[in-house]
Design a protein around this ligand. Sequence first.
Ligand code: PGA
Length: 262
Amino acid sequence: MSRKILAANWKMNTTLAEATILANGVKEGVRHLTNVDVVIFPPFPWLVPVAEALQQHSTKHLAIGAQNLYWQESGAYTGEVSARMLKGIVDYVIIGHSERRKHFHEQDDEIDLKVKQAVAAGLTPILCIGEQKKPSAAVLARPADVTATHMKTILQSLEENVAGLTTANVKNLIVAYEPVWAIGSGVAATGIYANHVTGLIRNRLAKLFGAAGKQIPVLYGGSANADNAKEFLVQPEIDGLLVGGASLKIDAFVSMCKQAAE
Ligand code: PGA
């Protein structure tokens, strides 16, 4: 896939005023970039105001998404937000982020239901998977040596999280490979290691869903920033980046989008 995807996960950050400035800054910065799809994921309460800010001078390749959803359509689920509520406001939704797995104890089977619900509602889920344990320096330098046991934790989650999809609707999925040890740590994976694991993820998707599985974009995420973005973006298996911390800085994130568009 030559067209890259740059996703900005703002997490639980920004006031409304900050979110508006950030959204407008990104919009301005990526306006002329046609060769990259940019998606920003503000916190829930800012989805509508940010969507409205982006609609003025709308830019086709700049979209918004939610950071989570609940898999039921409606009902007595205090504090939750359904796919049906999000449809019409956002096009994308992050599902199964490691912070949700860790702090909110989301399990693989629940994430499967969320992915299925997102796709059924016509949203594009970005499903996050990745291992907890940092591989050795030797493996990061020579990723072909990665063990089957190490890969199993990643691929098992993947299989369970996409169990509700079929070859017919899997084309709406995006996967983000996010090694948990790299998220927010300031220590990214190496480009060659991320490329290798991404390739193995793609092989598994192809095994599960055939040709449609091979086409699913797979992003890298984990301490990606303006200085290391290129190391990942040049890798043949990596279709883009899911960015946390660096996406809160207009200049850094726009620079990453520009590098992706080159
Ligand atoms: P980070 O976060 O870029 O701050 O490591 C990435 C993510 O959590 O998606």
